[in-house]
Design a protein around this ligand. Structure first.
Ligand code: AMP
Ligand code: GLY
Length: 429
C-alpha cells in the first residue's frame, strides 16, 4: 500500500475510540472522520454529525469528502445493510453485507446455519410469535432447567433469558409476546439448551475466503462482582483468556471458524469483516454461544493495543480480498480493561457529572472514552459506560494492577466499577 486513505468510522463508543486510536497510528491514514464519535475519537480525527441510519446521507458525506473507506463499528447499520448500500455507490466498506450480518441479526438464522454445517452449539428449537403455546409445550416436554429463551433479532444484549423453572418460562414468554421485554426483536424466538462452562470469545478478520483469528478475550457481562446482577454491555475484559489454551484455539479454528467462513461462502453470503465468535468452553469442547458481526465492546479495547499490524493495512487487505498475504502479529502482553460506569447503570442513571484525573491515569493505563462529552472545556459523563481504563503487563496480574491503578485516579460523582475484572483468568495462570 503506498497511497493514503480517507476513512469514515461509524460509531461513538469505547470500541470506536480504540479503532480510531489504532487507525491514527497507520502510516497510510489520510483524513479520519468519525460519526458521531466522542471526545476520545476527536484526539484521532474529526467528529462529524451524520445520521448513520440514513445511508444516503452517509453516501453523500463520503462523496463530498473523498472517503476511500468506511469502517463500521456497531452492528445495527451492518444488519440494516449499510455495506451493500455503500458498495452499490462504489464506496469501499469494511464489514459484512446484510445477508452475512444475519449471523448476528437473527439467532434462528445463526442456529440453522450451525446445524447445517455441523458447527458445535447448543441444541435448539425455533418458534414464531404466534406459536408461544407450542414454545411452552416444547419447554414442558424437555423439562430440563435452566433453559435459555432468546429473542431472534437485535436486542442490545437484553433479549436472552436463562430460566430456572416453568413459571419463569411462562413469565418471560408472556413478556416477549406483549413486547414489553424487547420490542421488535421477538417476532421469532429461539429456545436452547443451557451450556455449562466458561465463556470466552475469539475475534476473526475475514475477506470472505481467507480468515485469521486476530486474538481472544473474556468479557464480564454482569454488573456485579462474581458475575451477579443484571446484564450490561460489558463491564470489563481481559486478553488473552488463559481458558483458551493453544489446543483449544486450534480446535476452535478447525471446528468453528473455518467451517463458518466456508459455510457462508457456500451459502453465497461470503462473510467479510470482523466476526466475533462467543464461545462456551464445555466439558465436550468449545461450542458457539453467539456470533456477532463486529468487534466486541469492551473486548476491542484490549485486543487492538496488542495488535502489531497496521490496522488500516489489515482492513484494506480484507476489503481487497488479500488476507492470504497477511500474517497477524501480536505482542506478548496481557491486557485488562475496567469499565467505569455511571451509578445506576444498566438501569436509570444520571449524566453530566464532571470527570477529573484522566491525565494522571494515563501514566499507567490507556484511557478510551465511551459515554463522555465536553462542555465549556470540562469533560462530563454522558452515558452508562463512561470510560474504559486499559492496563497492560507481562503477566495478567500486572495488567489487572495497572488497569486498577489507572481507574483509581479517575473521579466523577457516582463512578462505579467492578473490582474483579480478570480474576477468573488469574485462577488459570
Ligand atoms: P447471547 O446474546 O446469545 O450471547 O447471550 C447472552 C449471554 O447469555 C451469553 O453471553 C451467555 O452468558 C448466556 N447464554 C446464552 N446462551 C446460552 C446457553 N445456551 N447456555 C448458557 N448460557 C447462555
Ligand atoms: N461485550 C459484548 C459485546 O460487544 O457484544
Amino acid at each position: 500500500m503506498d497511497s493514503s486513505y480517507n476513512v469514515l468510522l461509524i460509531g461513538g463508543g469505547g470500541r470506536e475510540h480504540a479503532i480510531a486510536w489504532k487507525l491514527k497510528q497507520s502510516k497510510h491514514l489520510g483524513n479520519l472522520f468519525i460519526t458521531p464519535g466522542n471526545p476520545g475519537t476527536e484526539q484521532a480525527g474529526v467528529n462529524v454529525k451524520i445520521d448513520a441510519s440514513n445511508f444516503d446521507e452517509v453516501t453523500g458525506f463520503c462523496k463530498e469528502h473523498q472517503i476511500d473507506l468506511v469502517v463500521v463499528g456497531p452492528e445495527a447499520p451492518l444488519v440494516d445493510g449499510i455495506v451493500d448500500h455503500l458498495e452499490e455507490n462504489k464506496i469501499a466498506a469494511f464489514g459484512p453485507k446484510q445477508s452475512a450480518a444475519m449471523l448476528e441479526g437473527s439467532k434462528e438464522f445463526a442456529k440453522e446455519f450451525m446445524l447445517r454445517y455441523n458447527i458445535p452449539t447448543a441444541d435448539f428449537s425455533a418458534f414464531s410469535s404466534d406459536e408461544f403455546d407450542d414454545a411452552l409445550s416444547f419447554v414442558q416436554s424437555k423439562d430440563t432447567y435452566p433453559i435459555v429463551l432468546k429473542a431472534d433479532g437485535l436486542a442490545g444484549g437484553k433479549g436472552v433469558f436463562i430460566c430456572e423453572n416453568e413459571d419463569e418460562v411462562k413469565k418471560r414468554l408472556n413478556e416477549l409476546k406483549t413486547g414489553s421485554a424487547v420490542s421488535g426483536a421477538a417476532d421469532r424466538l429461539v429456545i436452547e439448551e443451557f451450556m455449562e462452562g466458561e465463556e470466552a470469545s475469539v475475534f476473526v478478520i475475514s475477506d470472505g475466503h481467507t480468515s485469521h483469528i486476530i486474538h481472544n478475550a473474556q468479557d464480564h457481562k454482569r454488573i456485579g462482582e462474581g458475575d451477579t446482577g443484571l446484564n450490561t454491555g460489558g463491564m470489563g475484559a481481559y486478553s488473552p483468556a488463559p481458558v483458551l489454551t493453544e489446543d483449544l484455539l486450534e480446535q476452535v479454528r478447525q471446528e468453528i471458524v473455518e467451517p463458518t467462513i466456508t459455510g457462508m461462502q457456500l451459502d453465497e453470503s461470503a462473510y467479510s469483516g470482523i466476526l466475533y465468535v462467543g464461545l462456551m468452553i464445555t466439558e465436550n469442547g468449545p461450542k458457539v454461544v453467539e456470533y456477532n458481526c463486529r468487534f466486541g465492546d469492551p473486548e476491542c479495547q484490549v485486543i487492538l493495543p496488542s495488535l502489531e499490524n497496521d490496522l488500516l493495512d489489515l482492513i484494506v487487505a480484507a476489503v481487497e480480498q488479500r488476507l492470504d498475504e497477511v500474517k497477524i502479529q501480536l505482542d506478548s502482553a496481557y491486557r485488562c480493561c475496567v469499565v467505569l460506569a455511571s451509578e445506576g447503570y444498566p438501569e436509570k442513571y444520571e449524566k453530566g457529572k464532571e470527570i477529573t484525573g484522566i491525565e494522571s491515569a494515563t501514566e499507567e493505563s490507556l484511557i478510551f472514552h465511551a459515554g463522555t462529552r465536553t462542555k465549556n472545556g470540562k469533560l462530563l459523563t454522558n452515558g452508562g459506560r463512561v470510560l474504559n481504563v486499559v492496563g497492560s503487563g507481562n503477566t495478567l496480574k500486572e495488567a489487572i494492577d495497572n488497569a486498577y491503578a489507572g481507574a483509581e485516579k479517575v473521579h466523577f460523582d457516582g463512578c462505579y466499577f467492578r473490582r474483579d475484572i480478570g480474576h477468573k483468568g488469574l485462577q488459570k495462570v
